[in-house]
Design a protein around this ligand. Structure first.
Ligand code: SF4
Length: 215
């Protein structure tokens, strides 16, 4: 399977759902794909295992898939999955999409220098219904154009999934619960630490912190 750095290795990927109270694995599945796309499957297994739908599914950004998160939300669970920047815009010196603010009342995106990009049309991309926002006139002679798009002729376009509001609500929930990231690490990594210790990887337990000596 492909691993994180896109190398291929002879291996499997084990997905686990761990409860935050006892740190017990409540559901697991062995797959041979990366984490992306596995959220819905693991959430369903966890719901079956605990016999209820209204669970909170907390995962890292490797699981961020909008359609997967929507599946989890539609199943009756609450999802908390942070979004990483996968566009690479910032690395290329371009304005990141997160710098464009959505104005719900006017149904426009406001660009980093304050111009409004209007909702122009809807298209299906990668199986998702997306609304495209842009402003031909504002972008044409904009002094910031080179920071916004690499295209010589096309304006900067912002895509909005028709269910994007549910993703925004999830991000707001995450912002109001900043401990979520730490809680996830402490919970899902704990059983792996225990399993590795059972398998004999105890050498780190033999190392000590350097003691400071008082004079
Ligand atoms: S190019 Fe268009 S979207 Fe980008 S900053 Fe200028 S006006 Fe705004």
């Amino acid at each position: 399977m492909k691993t994180n750095n896109m190398n291929r290795q002879v291996c499997y990927n084990v997905q686990t759902a761990v409860d935050t109270k006892n740190h017990l694995i409540v559901a697991h599945e062995v797959t041979n794909t990366t984490d992306n796309g596995q959220l819905g499957l693991v959430a369903t297994l966890a719901q079956k295992a605990v016999g209820r739908k209204d669970i909170t599914v907390l995962a890292d950004k490797g699981y961020y898939s909008r359609s997967d998160i929507k599946t989890v939300l539609d199943s009756g669970a609450v999802a908390l999955v942070p979004k990483g920047d996968t566009s690479g815009a910032e690395r290329k010196g371009l304005y990141n999409r997160s710098m464009f603010r959505y104005n719900r009342e006017k149904d426009v995106y406001v660009c980093p220098i304050g111009n409004e990009l209007q909702n122009r049309f809807t298209s299906i991309e990668d199986g998702l219904e997306q609304q495209l926002y842009f402003n031909n006139i504002a972008c044409r002679d904009c002094s910031q154009r080179s920071r916004c798009t690499t295209s010589k002729r096309e304006p900067r376009r912002i895509r909005r999934w028709v269910h994007e509001a549910e993703m925004e609500e999830m991000h707001a929930r995450l912002e109001s619960f900043p401990q979520a990231v730490v809680m996830r690490k402490q919970t899902v990594e704990h059983p792996f630490g225990t399993i590795k210790m059972w398998m004999g990887a105890t050498h780190f337990l033999m190392r000590k912190f350097k003691m400071s000596v008082r004079k």
